[in-house]
Design a protein. Sequence first.
Length: 321
Amino acid sequence: MAEQSRFQTEVLPETFVADPSGVVPATWIAFTEGPAAAEDGTVYFSDIINNRIMRFEPQAGRVSVWRQPSGRANGLLFDAEGRLLACEGNEFSDNDGNRRITRTNMQTGDVEVLTDRFDGVRYNAPNDIAARKNGQLFFTDPCYGRRDQMEMKHESVYRIAPDGRVTRLITQPEIERPNGIAISPDERTLYVVDSCSTVGGNRKIWAFDLAEDGRVSNQRVVFDFAPGRGGDGMAVDQEGNLYVAAGIQRPRGPHETDDVPPGIWIISPDSRLRGRIPIPEDLVTNVTFGGEDLRTLYITAGKSLYSIRVRIPGFVVHRRM
């Protein structure tokens, strides 16, 4: 039997270390979220803590700041016409987030505010967004930051019609805290991550039948990550499989466990767990498909943007292959 290296040890040196639980993050220098890949291959992603949207050019291997301040942007997505949608939230802030949905014309740079209030009340912190080819948009509005800054009395899912009308689509008690959102390739199913960071809170992925007019029905559970850290953002491939950013190595409190290791969890529409792509960060936040053939998976986690090649192309509304 080979001799064990003297550098291989998993035990903390108790003579020197007072806390047996190990190291924890003392601060953040970046918090990446919401990746979206343009048709030309450029990937845009949010750095919420630094209040900016970054741009990654894969061929040049170059990263640059695209927009700062970003209004505390979180989830990003290109709509059916290739315009960049941004969920401008309010996390990691002293109430300086814009709390709105914007749309940027990538040719002119013009920014349009699609909605910043519902029934005259400011949103909590728009988090993620999905789009249909008919122009309908669906976004989530949870509160994961300071709850004393909430003006809404609920955390909900909304629909924006092509004419700009906003409808509150799903709310309590049907869901607890909506996060990631996605639409199936046939655009007949709406998926919502319900991840509530309270003891006993939901860790579920819900599916809803999605009618042509944007109404939802037939709520059902696709997958439940409880009691571990539930899902955050997600993407869908062209066969309808969900790629969900979920899990954690070190629980952040009594509301979650380490039962679900961090990674991208692949789940079929009929609720079968197909596998996990491990990610070497503790907090995996979101995922999208890009590349010329839509077979490059881009993943935001911690301070990094990761990528991996996959076999099944992704589904994105602005690129039909």
